[in-house]
Design a protein around this ligand. Structure first.
Ligand code: ATP
Length: 232
């Protein structure tokens, strides 16, 4: 983006949403978040990007390749949601900063909009080169059931004066603004899915059917290896 300041209002291509996670496994809460935000923010598409080597948590027993396959299955009938394996193609820890920098290089005229559930937003100030992330993308904070928003003081200070005046503003500059979005809450987590599977219970309604249909005994064993069975 040599020569063009990120905050200069001008005609740009429609923004891409970027939605990362471990997706162990992907569930309907993830799917609804991506669909709702694409529609509300008029995003051209949302790239759903499984973390190959999550920097902030222990690597799941289940492989990144398998988590990616589930994302592909979940999105197969959603042309505007793109299963993106860019973090599987890179060695080392999967830093969101590096993913966004690569996308910025590839798509110099696309605003990038990073979608963050509350738990991710609350940890954002610990992410690798987090201040630079805000120069590469807009941030959208999404409410998540049972995860009250608690952004760190340093993040709030850094974001001061950068609130997007409207959703349209996200399309008018490449990066650097933030907003929040309330979507109808779905109290689903991958942890609960794994705990139900561990207890031998159904995850129907929580996980896309195509993903459930693909689960093998080995998948379930790897997914539930470190989990306690659900009791509720
Ligand atoms: P785990 O239970 O293993 O921590 P998870 O359900 O939180 O998994 P992740 O892959 O860690 O899923 O989450 C990826 C992103 O999706 C994060 O930004 C997270 O906040 C968001 N997210 C996950 N579930 C929901 C949900 N039900 N509603 C809104 N956001 C969600």
């Amino acid at each position: 983006m040599a020569g063009i300041p990120a905050n200069e209002a001008r005609a740009l291509n429609a923004p891409f949403g970027i939605f990362g996670g471990t997706f162990t496994p992907i569930h309907n809460g993830h799917l609804r978040l991506a669909l709702e935000l694409r529609e509300r923010l008029a995003l051209e598409s949302v790239r759903v990007i499984p973390s190959a080597q999550p920097p902030h948590r222990e690597a799941p027993q289940i492989s990144a390749q398998r988590r990616m396959e589930w994302v592909q299955l979940a999105l197969e009938n959603e042309p505007a949601l793109i299963a993106d394996d860019c973090e599987l193609r890179r060695a080392g820890p999967s830093y969101t900063h590096d993913t966004l920098a690569a996308l910025r290089g590839e798509f110099p005229d696309r605003p990038l909009v990073l979608l963050l559930g509350d738990d991710a937003a609350n940890q954002f100030h610990t992410w690798h080169r987090w201040r630079e992330i805000i120069d590469l993308a807009h941030l959208v904070f999404v409410e998540r059931p049972y995860e009250p928003p608690a952004p760190a003081a340093e993040l709030l200070a850094h974001l001061r004066g950068r609130r997007a005046p409207s959703h349209v503003a996200l399309s008018q500059q490449l990066a650097g603004l933030w907003t929040s979005a309330n979507i109808p809450p779905l109290a689903i987590s991958s942890t609960r899915v794994r705990r139900l599977l561990k207890a031998g219970r159904s995850v129907r309604g929580l996980v896309p059917e195509s993903v459930i249909a693909s689960f093998t005994h080995k998948d379930i064993s790897l997914l539930t290896h470190d989990e306690d069975p659900a009791t509720d």
